[in-house]
Ligand binder design. Structure first.
Ligand code: IMP
Ligand code: MG
Length: 186
């Protein structure tokens, strides 16, 4: 448990404001609606960090789509990816012949999405694309890029708008840099 629970005080700097997030999601949602016109994509959210982004993006997309979710964890708490992935929940739908659009909160090393994309490709979908709220290119370990990026951010540990530190701070309505003092003395 974090004893001092003043969320705003624990933020060093706001990186992306709530207003900018909402505006950008509308723009990207309009682009996706155009690109997938006449198709009925399946929107796959990677839990749990994607929840607020998924809700907003699904509504910003104005064409019919099917919703699905999967759950993978790579952190086991802490602020650095363990590189070890645990699959906790697969999607419910058969994606053979389907256009799959994966929604993620953040693309960092790319390990999580690389694994998911490879797993999906083996199921013979028509297409697999990635849409991420945040892209942290400095952390990349895999040769992987998102097809839709809302914001590119510098190398910092961020929380808010779904992103967490030990499942805290997900409910902040903006994306901010977490003060290192919050996790350093743990
Ligand atoms: P990757 O496999 O290294 O690309 O990491 C992807 C996952 O790591 C995301 O789904 C997040 O859950 C988590 N993650 C990466 N960077 C951050 C961050 O700055 N703050 C919070 N979570 C992060
Ligand atoms: Mg996380």
């Amino acid at each position: 448990m974090i004893n001092k629970m003043d969320m705003l005080e624990d933020i060093e700097q706001v990186l992306v404001s709530q207003e900018d997030i909402q505006k950008r999601i509308k723009e990207v949602g309009a682009q996706i609606s155009e690109d997938y016109r006449g198709k009925c994509p399946i929107l796959v959210g990677v839990l749990k960090g994607v929840v607020p982004f998924y809700a907003a993006m699904a509504q910003a997309i104005t064409i019919p789509l099917q919703e699905d979710f999967m759950c993978v964890t790579s952190y086991e708490g802490g602020t650095a990816s363990t590189g070890k992935l645990t699959f906790r929940k697969d999607i419910d739908h058969d994606i053979q012949g389907r256009d799959v659009l994966i929604l993620e909160d953040i693309l960092d090393s790319g390990r999580t999405l690389k694994l998911i994309v490879d797993m999906f490709r083996a199921r013979n979908p028509r297409s697999v694309k990635i849409c991420t709220l945040l892209d942290k290119p400095s952390g990349r370990q895999e040769d992987l890029q998102a097809d839709y990026v809302c914001f590119t951010i510098p190398d910092a540990f961020v929380v808010g708008y779904g992103l967490d530190y030990e499942d805290y701070y997900r409910n902040l309505p903006f994306v901010g840099v977490l003060k290192p003092s919050v996790y350093q003395d743990k």
